[in-house]
Design a protein around this ligand. Sequence first.
Ligand code: SF4
Length: 361
Amino acid sequence: MEIKRRKTRIVKVGSVKIGGNNPIVIQSMAKTDTRNTTRTISEILKLEKSGCEIVRVAVKDLESARALRAIKERVSIPLVADIHFDYRLALESLESGADKIRINPGNIPKPVDLRQIIRAAGKRKIPIRIGINSGSLPYHIAHLGGDKRVAGLVSFARKYINFFEKEKFRDIIISIKSSSVYETVRSYRKLAAFCDYPFHVGVTAAGPYNTGIVKSSIGAGALLLDGIGDTIRVSLTGDPRDEVIAAKRILQSLDLRRFDPDIISCPTCGRCQVDLAGIVKQLEGALSHNPSLVTRDGSRITTIAVMGCEVNGPGEAREADVGVAFGRDSGTLFKKGKIVKRIKAKNAVRELLKYIRDFKL
Ligand code: SF4
């Protein structure tokens, strides 16, 4: 299966290209007070390590905007200033070296203010994300329901895109998010017909971990399957590293990017005679903590099957690059469909890792 991606123009954010045929970029947002540069830098470094490729910080006052300077010196991924209400915060963030400005036109409504941001960003060749959000719509759109609200969101976005184009500013990335999965998906799909700007996709305020993962996977997943989406942010209430991991999982599930091998494991049932959950947990941990075993983006191993019994086990294990189908206390190890040997359940993780390490197509 290959997803045909929507044709979009390329916008550069620092050293990262968004749009065109470039890999779909993973973003997150620091949850610290930006004025506390020590904590913000530490959070961004952790995000970088987990695979975040662009990070946004909240710029709620001039002190936050000025703090970007110190933050930028210590982090390597591009830094986005999140601006609401006051255009002067965008100007100060640009002075401090922000790599992108995110504005929400819903709360910077005056053309004269927007024009100041556009001109300052244009002078420095810094892109702007127009982030339309269902939480800050004018009343005449916000109170509508269903498809009428979708139409309102789209016409609101188009109005601002036209404004930017009239100002001859095209270094823009668009998001048109709602906390409703339905509205989000419908809005992006509709807007995609009107422009070729790259889209930042995600469901806004998706909620706590479990709910947020489900809503984001359905919302972003539906769009990505349509070929819509050039950068993704999973928005969760909690550790932002979980947002990055979830975004990676969504992209990998759709074969849009590859970070590590997929583990195909059965849910187990009464037929299973080994501690399959324990084996899978150990294997997952070993893979995520041992990046030398797999290469990022283009790992040679794409699937590892770990199956609990001989019902579906041998079939799945045979299909995978490396697989094991367990019986009583031991299992049959397959490599590219061929039986390699029988292994003891207690040695399963060690044996699998050895075959992953030595794997050659
Ligand atoms: S593969 Fe075997 S153990 Fe796993 S769920 Fe299926 S029948 Fe149960």
